[in-house]
Ligand binder design. Structure first.
Ligand SMILES: CC(=O)SCCNC(=O)CCNC(=O)[C@H](O)C(C)(C)COP(=O)(O)OP(=O)(O)OC[C@H]1O[C@@H](n2cnc3c(N)ncnc32)[C@H](O)[C@@H]1OP(=O)(O)O
Length: 403
């Protein structure tokens, strides 16, 4: 018998469990002032707690949202956003018990998928999450400037505090989550995460205005780099969020970020892997992609619904056999082709675990590579090529929301 219990939390348990999360992420416990600001958005609903008798020892939170899938439909998604176990209770199965309870809750609530941003890569595969989106870190070193011929226009203004929060929400809602992998940003996420970036971490918002009004923004802060040894070293510009309605607005926001004086480097993480900043510059080598890593770990909670929600390119269907240890209702074979996806009794063309299906689902990974890694079995080269055609997407998926 385990010496802890896992269950939905009450209102009174929110703050102590929020502090379990803060501590696990090496942040200070929340202040009374900050709690007063966010308390309405830190809801008990969607939170699973772990308790040793009355002691709160673990938390797994989620927010309801929706994600755009290939073809443009959006599916109900649980954004898993606050997972922590007290340091004196780790490696005793607390997270495993919370993940199990959470997945059962997601099924009951009718979520098609769940997603998370993993603190470490070794944790979530065992629960059926796979890396469905990768993102790039881009560093631009000064002197760097956007070339004169670049098609950038419009104006940029800087906002702070609540004005920044309101403007970012308004522009995001206006642009929408159009690209595959983007999500609707939940109200509570704006109130907790975005307000922390602005109020606690000192970020400001550069809002771009084009011919039809505000159409993009960059959330950024400047961090001094000067030392006694290097008294003239310029500041670092850290870009946390950059959203725009089209590529020209993305370019205009980069132009603004590169125009800030007394800066040595502009650093942006979580960018789309196809965001080519270098080509905009007079010297392309000033921009470097310094990292490409997992951005979104996706869990297909309802495999039949997920497979049916996206579109497929033109190729003969494949029969995919899916294995799901934690949600056995997903086990089975699915005929997947341009006409859609449905359960079948036919012989499988390929087999995979549900985390690998998540890696395929948004078009991030080539099936041949997944077969090479031993993640797809039973498929010959022709089947893998067919699967690639079916699942291929025109543009790389990108989430862009750090939840
Ligand atoms: C979506 C997000 O919020 S990401 C943020 C996640 N939170 C953090 O990183 C905060 C700091 N860390 C923690 O709070 C905890 O260590 C957690 C939540 C990561 C893990 O909680 P635990 O209760 O220790 O996990 P649990 O005991 O259920 O471990 C399950 C398995 O995962 C493995 N595991 C858990 N954490 C890690 C890790 N950080 N690295 C490698 N393996 C891990 C365990 O070894 C175990 O494997 P086993 O079944 O083969 O023995």
């Amino acid at each position: 018998m385990s010496d802890f219990t896992v269950r939905p939390i009450t209102d009174a348990e929110r703050r102590p469990l929020y502090d379990v999360l803060q501590r696990a992420l090496h942040r200070s416990p929340v202040t009374d002032q900050r709690w007063a600001r966010i308390t309405g958005s830190v809801r008990a609903d969607g939170k699973i707690g772990a308790f040793a008798e009355d002691l709160p020892i673990g938390l797994a939170s989620s927010l309801p949202t929706a994600m755009t899938v290939p073809g443009g439909a959006s599916v109900p998604m649980a954004a898993v956003n606050g997972v922590a176990v007290r340091a004196d209770w780790t490696r005793r199965g607390v997270l495993t018990a919370m993940m199990d309870a959470q997945l059962r809750e997601f099924t009951e609530r009718g979520y098609t998928v769940a997603g998370l941003d993993a603190s470490e890569t070794a944790i979530y595969g065992r629960f059926g999450y796979g890396v469905a989106i990768r993102a790039a870190t881009i560093d631009v070193k000064h002197p760097a400037q956007v070339g004169e011929g670049a098609r950038v226009s419009g104006t940029v203004r800087i906002l702070d505090g609540d004005d920044a929060l309101v403007a970012a929400r308004t522009v995001y809602d206006r642009i929408g989550y159009r690209r595959t992998g983007m999500i609707a940003r939940p109200d509570d996420w704006w109130e907790i995460s975005y307000s922390r970036s602005i109020e606690v971490d000192g970020y400001r918002l550069a809002v771009h205005t084009g011919p039809d009004g505000d159409d993009g923004f960059a959330l950024y802060r400047t961090v001094p780099q000067r030392t006694h040894a290097e008294p003239f070293l310029g500041a670092l510009v850290e870009v946390e969020d950059l959203i725009a309605n089209d590529a020209a607005t993305v370019a205009a926001l980069w132009q603004f970020l590169l125009s800030i004086d007394l800066v040595s480097t502009v650093h942006a993480s979580g960018r789309p892997v196809d965001e080519e900043v270098g080509v905009l510059l007079t010297d392309p080598r000033r921009a470097r992609t310094t990292d490409v890593k997992d951005q979104l770990w996706l869990r297909l909670v309802d495999v039949p619904a997920a497979l049916a929600a996206r579109t497929y390119s033109d190729a003969d269907p494949v029969v995919i056999e899916v294995h799901d240890r934690m949600l056995p209702a997903n086990n089975g074979r699915y005929r997947t082709g341009p006409g859609g996806a449905e359960r079948t009794g036919a012989t499988a063309d390929l087999e995979l675990d549900v985390d690998t299906l998540a890696m395929l689902y948004l078009g991030e990974w080539r099936p041949a590579l997944l077969a090479l890694a031993g993640r797809i079995t039973g498929a010959d080269e022709k089947t893998l090529a067919r699967t690639e055609t079916l699942f291929r997407t025109e543009q790389n998926p990108w989430c862009g929301t750090d939840f």
